[in-house]
Design a protein around this ligand. Sequence first.
Ligand code: IFM
Length: 469
Amino acid sequence: MDTTAAVVEPAAEADLIASLPADFRWGVATSAYQIEGAYDQDGRGPSIWDTYCRTPGMVEGGDNGDVACDHYHRMPADVALIKSLGVDVYRFSVAWPRVQPGGRGPANPLGLGFYDRLVDELLGKGVDPWVTLYHWDLPQELEDAGGWPARDTAYRFADYAMLVFDALQDRVRTWTTLNEPWCSAMLGYHEGRQAPGRQDFPAAMEAVHHLLLGHGLAVRRMRAAASTPVELGITLNMGTSMPATQSTADQEATRRADGLGVRIYLDPLLRGQYPGDIVDDLSVRGVKLPVVDGDLQIIGEPIDVLGVNYYSSHLVSGVDSAGRTEDAEGNPVQSTVRMGRPVTAMDWEIVPEGFTDLLVRLSRDYPGMPMVITENGAAFDDEADPSGYVADVDRTAYLSAHIAAVAAARARGADVRGYFAWSLMDNFEWSYGYAKRFGLVHVDYETLVRTPKQSALWYRDTIRRARAH
Ligand code: IFM
């Protein structure tokens, strides 16, 4: 790690990055199921992802998180690696099925013990821990009882959150309740492309509401129990949706995309109500959000920080490739149209200015809410040399352009206070298995040896420079 990364980002990007303040928080992020492995150790119970991975055809290559990066057994060395990148803060998630193997009842001390040690290890190295309570690994028993479409799951989540909060709040300042509830609800219960793999749109809308309710219940209880100042928040994945043309169909499709992707979360969280146009759209489809009196007050519990995960932006059309405006069920079409930009290995178009636009728009539409970029990064088809080193010029360029986009948003008034690169190291990319690599650090899945890529060295140098001015 002594090599200086030989990357010179375009001058304009370098100038923008240099404008970030010295107290800007720099970090790297991971999640439990994607890196930990040790899937049946120390009393961990099965989660929906263990089940999904064992369902033939669901995950590329039949991969699973049984071993992943084996972080569970290599944690102290991984923390040393994090430290070597020079970051201020490390965002990780706690595995609910380690803490409560069946999703209810008392804490499993061995499961909690792992996070207790992780927090101490980080603090001992001068790195702040940032805890995400839920990054998609619902205990299977709770899914069997109805999963997120069931109201009870929200209450189970708040109970679990308190077990973790009580154990770690003396050392952890920043807490994110949920990571990307859009993915849990839409990919998990509507599209079936993630665990638990259901395809039921009304159930997905029930999941949206109960995820938000679980967030609010947890925030209310954590705030009441906090014995030192804490920062509480939630992380949403968002992009900028733009109409492919100025036609009414495309503008309407864009409104719906933004409504179901952004506003259905942020409006109840920050404005105390669901967006009326989306509630109307749902009712045309015979779907209702299962709101009970008092829920919106709970969901709207004040938060301190909004986590923003950004990867790409989209042109949206109300017409599909066959020229139809309605799908087979008679619902209006909402399709994405290529902008003709370069793509990452996920086939996601690279649109850094959509990031700036998103952050400026969020600060305009939801004023007064500090933001931190809790994820941003890119998968590319890395080729490691015999030593394991990857000269990932493409990822480095992506990071440079996107950090500059954050700085540009700040210059336009967006209150963004930190940035986490996704991800610390290559890991289990959900339905794509190990085929997609997002890491700043290369992982050899045969030997599990970690090797910092060029992007890791560039990131370390960038942080150093940002602190120096
Ligand atoms: O790997 C995921 C992460 O778990 C959630 N946000 C998006 C990343 C890349 O797909």
